[in-house]
Design a protein. Structure first.
Length: 446
């Protein structure tokens, strides 16, 4: 769903209240003027109840309160800007909130978590938040908001001779090698690629770590994939991008692709690579083409890999964190697991403990220091943390230097139709396991 479709100028206001409760009352009053079937008092209780169980503060002075409501419409979004700042218990160090996006979602809105995550991704960009909060008036804020939601951030990509030559050669190589697509690594250019820069008659895939809501008039690329927290190693980047393309059905295992990229932020293409996907993943596939289990949604796997990679790169409080995620075939996995600690996710609504929920990132990262595994259903619902995997692997010998997490990941991926993802506490390497076979997604940290 395109986010700008749920943004209305009439529901963008300057807030006068300095408390979250007061700010929500103002936003609900604006919604009730247009939609008379909404009951502000009931909605306020629901919003505050959710706030008491999980903060809706995103950081950078932005809050995203949300609640399900019985209504005919799928979504109602109201936006409040506060110059003075609103007090928010979820903020750290007395930081105040200057932008509140209140989302009301109909009970039948099936893509609720995806919409919530899309909004959260956009307003985590400090540049956009600064533009919105500093807008001289609400009309300007609305225009900037529409421009920020649903457009790739342009950059004046250098149109030098080498870049033009590299892309021309990529097309020539792709045709000569009978490739099905060209994959372009957009982070070669600071902030992305200027629309109109790269165009081809072949299927072209843009891979970027930046949050992107592709605009309808973006003609350069057939598909845009966001792959978060890239490794700095070229082949690890490429492998992660191909994995995401496979899970989304953009590519198949029988495809051959031509990839063009360069050092991130260099504004210069310098590498062409032709990849046969089947050969790249043949060890992991062991003769099959079902890398992702049937019950695992592509966006769930993408989200788990993103969180795992961020833990590997950032750690917690500057220290490396090792953890294990098991995704899919949850009923079978639970037969081989037992709790090491009280389950911190027990009793919460499935929607609130779904890995697709943008407010789950920090929760998962905080609980990553607990010994044991995260067990996650194919639909993204986190069943438990701190679980001991008791499956035994007698078929595979792991490379030397790998510990108990990797052994447990290999074993459970043999016993169940799941994917296990390990973050190494010693090397920071992120490794995926399927049927006992390992696939490094990032390089070891030195």
């Amino acid at each position: 769903m395109r986010l700008e479709k749920i943004i209305a100028r009439s529901r963008i206001v300057d807030l006068h209240s300095v408390t979250l409760r007061g700010a929500l009352e103002e936003l609900l009053a604006v919604c009730a003027e247009r939609f008379t079937d909404l009951k502000p008092d009931t909605l306020l209780r629901g919003l505050l109840a959710r706030e008491s169980t999980m903060t809706t503060y995103l950081g950078s002075g932005v809050s995203l309160p949300h609640v399900r409501v019985k209504m005919k419409r799928r979504y109602v979004l109201a936006i409040g800007r506060s110059r003075a700042g609103v007090r928010h218990e979820g903020a750290k160090d007395d930081e105040k909130v200057h932008l509140i996006l209140m989302l009301l979602a109909g009970e039948n809105a099936r893509d609720y978590l995806q919409v919530l995550a899309s909004i959260a991704r956009q307003v985590r960009e400090p540049e956009l938040v600064e533009k919105l909060t500093s807008s001289p008036d609400l009309d300007t804020l609305y225009e900037r908001l529409i421009g920020g939601f649903g457009s790739i951030r342009p950059v004046q990509a250098q149109q030098n001779r080498t870049n033009r030559l590299m892309f021309q050669e990529a097309q020539r190589v792709a045709r000569g090698a009978s490739c099905q697509a060209i994959m372009v690594f957009g982070d070669t250019f600071v902030g992305g690629i200027q629309p109109g820069t790269l165009r081809s008659r072949m299927k072209t895939i843009l891979v970027t770590r930046n949050p992107v809501e592709p605009s309808e008039d973006q003609q350069d690329f057939n598909v845009t994939l966001q792959v978060r927290s890239f490794s700095s190693q070229r082949m690890a980047q490429l492998r992660s991008a191909i994995l995401m393309a496979l899970t989304h059905g953009v590519l198949t295992f029988n495809d051959r692709i031509c990839c063009v990229g360069g050092v991130a932020g260099s504004n210069q293409f310098d590498t062409l690579t032709v990849v046969e996907i089947d050969r790249e993943f043949q060890t992991l596939l062991t003769g099959r083409h079902d890398l992702v289990p049937e019950d695992v949604k592509p966006e769930v796997l993408e989200r788990v890999i993103g969180v795992a990679t961020e833990l590997a790169v950032e750690g917690r409080e500057g220290k490396p964190v090792g953890c294990l995620f098991v995704v899919g075939d949850i009923d079978t996995v639970l037969k081989f697991a037992k709790p090491l600690v009280l389950n911190p996710f027990y009793g919460y609504k499935e929607e609130d403990r779904n890995i697709l929920n943008p407010f789950m990132d920090e929760t998962v990262k905080e609980f990553s220091s607990i010994d044991g595994a995260f067990l996650i259903g194919g639909d993204g619902v986190v069943e438990s943390a701190g679980s001991l995997i008791q499956a035994v692997d007698t078929e595979h010998a792991l490379p030397s230097g790998l510990g108990s997490r990797h052994a447990a990941a290999a074993a459970i991926s043999l016993q169940a139709q799941c994917i296990a993802i390990v973050v190494s506490s010693s090397s920071g390497q992120v490794t995926l396991f399927r049927r006992g076979v390992m696939l490094p997604l990032t390089e070891k940290r030195h």
